[in-house]
Design a protein around this ligand. Structure first.
Ligand SMILES: [Fe+2]
Length: 260
């Protein structure tokens, strides 16, 4: 930022800042107009795009009247407002709600411009720059009119439509919640009946009792144990069971040693 050592220097600084703001808005408005759902809002944004181009031209004219050239400056405030508005717009589905969100963003922009043009017009007046003040006053009036137009669109249609969307969505969510609760209740009841049904089936097949306790598990365990024993017995050879006969030669050796 260049140094500001006089009200005139401050006026020039602010005019350069506004020129950057108008140029950024010129780039942003077509996208906003395209994203608008209602025809009224799209038209209003389209009209303000034309005015915004004129505002930039007027600022350059004001600079000429002052015998200056606009400084190379980026209006960070406008960049922030537009970035925030763009993020809000992109995260909102098409419909009245998105129009409401866009009007919020556009009115923040308008109020920033109204504050800025109001101050530069006053500085130009007190500095005796009447022609410059007149140019800036014209833009100020158009910014105020644009803001008023947006308020009118919001109050006449968009806000009510967005509220209606919310009521409809809430009613739909309520119906979905009721349906989910009904399905959940039915599934829960079916799951609770499962042990009883299994018990009855087991009793019918003779593998359980009528209280729902199936005995198949215990029976299976006993059967498996019996099968393992049978397998083990079948794998044994007859010789493996005749262990005592292997000790006889050792006893004969002892007898021969004793004779000697
Ligand atoms: Fe403007």
């Amino acid at each position: 930022m260049s140094s500001v050592n006089s009200l005139r220097a401050h006026l020039l600084e602010e005019l350069s800042d506004l020129l950057s703001a108008e140029q950024q808005l010129t780039d942003a408005l077509p996208k906003m107009a395209k994203a608008a759902t209602t025809q009224t809002l799209r038209k209003a944004l389209g009209k303000h795009l034309k005015e915004t181009r004129e505002h930039a031209t007027r600022l350059q004219d004001a600079m000429k009247l002052l015998g200056e050239v606009p400084g190379r400056k980026t209006c960070e405030a406008m960049a922030g407002l537009l970035e925030e508005g763009d993020a809000m717009m992109n995260s909102t589905p098409e419909g009245a709600l998105r129009d409401a969100v866009m009007i919020t963003a556009a009115q923040k922009v308008e109020h920033y411009e109204i504050a800025s043009y109001g101050t530069v017009r006053t500085y130009a007046l007190v500095l005796g720059e009447r022609k410059v003040a007149k140019l800036l006053a014209k833009t100020l009036d158009e910014e105020k009119a644009a803001d008023k137009k947006l308020t009118g669109i919001a109050e006449k249609s968009v806000n009510k439509a967005a509220a209606r969307e919310w009521h409809e969505q809430r009613a739909e969510d309520g119906m979905l919640a009721k349906s989910a609760a009904w399905v959940g209740g039915k599934v829960g009841a079916a799951v609770r009946d499962v042990p009883q049904l299994v018990g009855r089936a087991a009793a019918t097949l003779g593998v359980g009792d009528s209280d729902g306790r199936a005995r198949g598990g215990a029976k299976k365990t006993r059967a498996a144990r019996a099968a393992r024993s049978a397998d083990a017995a079948a794998s044994e050879t007859p010789g493996e069971r005749e262990q005592p006969s292997k000790k006889k030669p050792a006893a004969r050796k002892t007898t021969r040693a004793a004779k000697r």
